[in-house]
Design a binder for this molecule. Structure first.
Ligand code: NAD
Ligand code: DAU
Length: 331
């Protein structure tokens, strides 16, 4: 199979490419990535000899057309992904997430190429705290942020291209990922690298907001399962029963890094901060037989902390610029 991976130099995409090279001899990977601030050549260094790397933008219709025409399938990860950045400047989110997905869709339509579109549980908005209800495929879309609204728009485009043009696409909406190669702007790597650089962790508001954590390798194994066995036109929710509030996650990090439980600062809350995300992954498990393998969150977190400790050269050049942006926001 000739597989085109958009956004393959980002966090989840790079882990996806690593796993594909490791586990699937019959797949030839081409990565298309614009190398925004979130993309990293170093993340693909371990597989540099095994993949074709094309630097380019998913809104470049001629380039996307050429690469799609050379492929049997596309896994579309490329997007602007950070809620805080979207609040500060939504324009790149509209461009990459909406126009970029449109460009990919038009190319797969013209070339009759299979597409798997990667999306997020944030399209469903948020759930109340302390309620057993979880997101399902039938939950109405209700995005809260400029980020999630552009991801919702991209999902709608994919669904319409399936219905109107018969594009052979599947979609997945996953919960919060953690693991190696995640940008230090995101919650877990930010707190780990704050501690490693002598800064104090920073918690938005009271830390009561709940996220449903999944290890990035489990997200990617589910994507492969959907790509090979999924039903065209279907949306699959990917989650691993990992609900935890932010304060609990931060205190676990502090404990695993031998810090006292109160060794952090509360900072200004995020505007429009979604309260709780939670995925009901039963259709994926029941219909496609997928199960996560990283079921011990604390063990996964310990490995992630070790990865950031051992790979300072990967994240250190990014850290000061990220914290400078946060200083403006947090005051
Ligand atoms: P990331 O920000 O780490 O990486 C995004 C990658 O896309 C980068 O390599 C960047 O250079 C590339 N990119 C951005 N705009 C581009 C453009 N216009 N053209 C080409 N490349 C471009 O993101 P991530 O966390 O790895 O997320 C990947 C996908 O998974 C996104 O679609 C995101 O919405 C989705 N997702 C993420 C999570 C999560 O917890 N991180 C959860 C669910 C879904
Ligand atoms: O749910 C899936 C989504 O998860 C993905 O679609 C997004 O691309 C990904 O960024 C993530 O979105 P969140 O907004 O949930 O992730 P983030 O890491 O930014 O924040 C996680 C939680 O931690 C959130 O409630 C905000 C809070 N937070 C975040 C940062 C950066 C803090 O308390 N302190 C921080 O410094």
């Amino acid at each position: 199979m000739r597989l085109l991976v958009t956004g393959g130099a980002g966090f989840i995409g790079a882990n996806f490419v690593h796993a594909t090279v490791r586990e699937r001899d019959d797949v030839h990977v081409t990565v298309l990535d614009a190398f925004t601030y979130a993309g990293s050549r170093e993340s693909l260094a371990p597989v540099a000899d095994d993949v074709r790397l094309v630097e380019g933008d998913i809104t470049d219709a001629a380039l996307v057309e050429k690469l799609v025409a050379e492929s049997d399938a596309v896994v579309h990860f490329a997007a602007e992904t950070h809620v805080d950045n979207a609040l500060a400047d939504p324009e790149p989110f509209v461009r990459s997430n909406v126009l970029g997905t449109f460009t990919v869709l038009e190319a797969v339509r013209r070339n009759s190429v299979r597409l798997h579109h990667i999306s997020t549980d944030e399209v469903y908005g948020d759930l109340p705290l302390g309620d057993p209800v979880r997101f399902t495929e039938a939950t109405p879309y209700n995005p809260s942020s400029p980020y999630s609204s552009t991801k919702a728009a991209s999902d709608m485009l994919v669904r319409a291209w399936v219905r109107s043009y018969g594009v052979a696409a599947t979609l997945s909406n996953c919960s919060n990922n953690y693991g190696p190669y995640q940008h230090v702007e995101k919650f877990i790597p930010r707190q780990i690298t704050n501690i490693l650089t002598g800064r104090r962790p920073r918690l938005y508001g009271a830390g009561a907001n709940v996220r449903d954590w999944i290890h990035v390798e489990d997200h990617n194994s589910a994507v492969w399962r959907i790509l090979t066995d999924g039903t065209i036109g279907r949306t699959y929710l990917i989650g691993a029963d990992g609900e935890r509030d932010n304060l609990t996650v931060l205190r676990t990090i502090l404990r695993l890094m031998d810090r006292s439980p109160d060794d952090f600062d509360h900072v200004t809350d995020r505007a429009g901060h979604d309260l709780r995300y939670a995925i009901d992954p039963s259709p994926l498990r029941d219909e496609l037989g997928w199960t996560p393998s990283h079921t011990d969150f604390e063990a996964g977190l310990r490995d992630t902390i070790a990865w950031y400790r051992d790979n300072e050269s990967w994240w250190a050049p990014l850290k000061e610029a990220v914290e400078a942006r946060y200083r403006v926001r947090e005051g």
